[in-house]
Design a protein around this ligand. Structure first.
Ligand code: CDP
Ligand code: MG
Length: 244
């Protein structure tokens, strides 16, 4: 099979889509019948601060970054119902998966989406002004219902951020894996190879791990620059664990 036929992309059905009962609509728009794409992974995620920050790391420092983190964590749409704060994370696979889903999602800005691409998913979104302490509008939060990876590099980074290899059936994994031979623990943004009180065990001997994650952990152990941050490796093991 050609690489483009094995292409994968990450989709997030964001909290505003869940709040507005648009999950079925989004899934139907992305269905195999319409797109020729199929699922490789799916999970319900209560998004914590670490995962939100890593997912949107490229936007760190921008005025819309803090409101964006609140939005993706569900705090905006479910202020009084923490148990409903969630996103649905999906891996789709198939020919041209990344561009096909970006097209169905539409432009980032819902107003632009309505004008330029009526009928796309994000045309159903909304924009909320972001104000500073004096009440001046400094940016906009775009509640646009769906995330879709923008390119193959982002897709790989994002799928590996949200999914452990075992969350995806082995025949459907697009990226190389290895069997881990050590213990790795995480606590207070530090990596340990022996158990520390209140640490989380990320990996144990025999666990299947993304090869690039293992390379990042070995680089960190040896004081070398890792291919991705420790937080990006750890985030997927902390999903729905209610501890950071
Ligand atoms: O999601 P996409 O790749 O199309 O856009 P982005 O520029 O990477 O921005 C990521 C997300 O940040 C968007 O989908 C919006 O939800 C949000 N955003 C925002 O709230 N306000 C902005 N001015 C720009 C983006
Ligand atoms: Mg983007």
């Amino acid at each position: 099979m050609k690489p483009e036929e094995l292409e994968q992309t990450l989709v997030l059905i964001k909290p505003d889509a869940l709040k507005n009962s648009l999950t079925g609509y989004v899934l139907s728009q992305l269905s195999e019948f319409h797109t020729g794409l199929s699922f490789a992974g799916a999970k319900i995620v209560h998004v914590n601060q670490l995962l939100a920050e890593e997912h949107y790391a490229e936007h760190r420092g921008k005025p819309f970054f803090p409101p964006l983190l609140e939005y993706i964590q569900g705090n905006v749409h479910y202020p009084d119902a923490p148990d409903k704060r969630r996103v649905i994370a999906l891996v789709y696979r198939g020919p041209g998966a990344i561009q096909k889903i970006r097209d169905i999602a539409g432009p980032t800005n819902p107003h632009v989406a309505r004008e330029k691409r009526p009928g796309c998913i994000r045309a159903l979104g909304t924009i909320v002004p972001i104000k500073d302490a004096e009440g001046n509008v400094i940016s906009e939060r775009m509640d646009n219902l769906i995330h879709a990876s923008a390119n193959p590099t982002d897709a790989e980074r994002e799928i590996k951020l949200w999914f452990r290899p075992v969350d995806i059936p082995s025949l459907m994994r697009a990226y190389p894996t290895e069997v881990c031979e050590e213990h790795f623990y995480f606590k207070g943004n530090q990596l340990y190879t022996t158990h520390e009180p209140e640490s989380v065990c990320l990996l144990a001997p025999g666990d299947i791990v993304w090869k690039s994650d293992l390379e990042a952990l070995h680089a960190l152990q040896n004081g070398m620059p890792p291919c991705c941050s420790l937080q990006a490796v750890a985030a997927k093991y902390l999903i729905n664990e209610d501890r950071e």
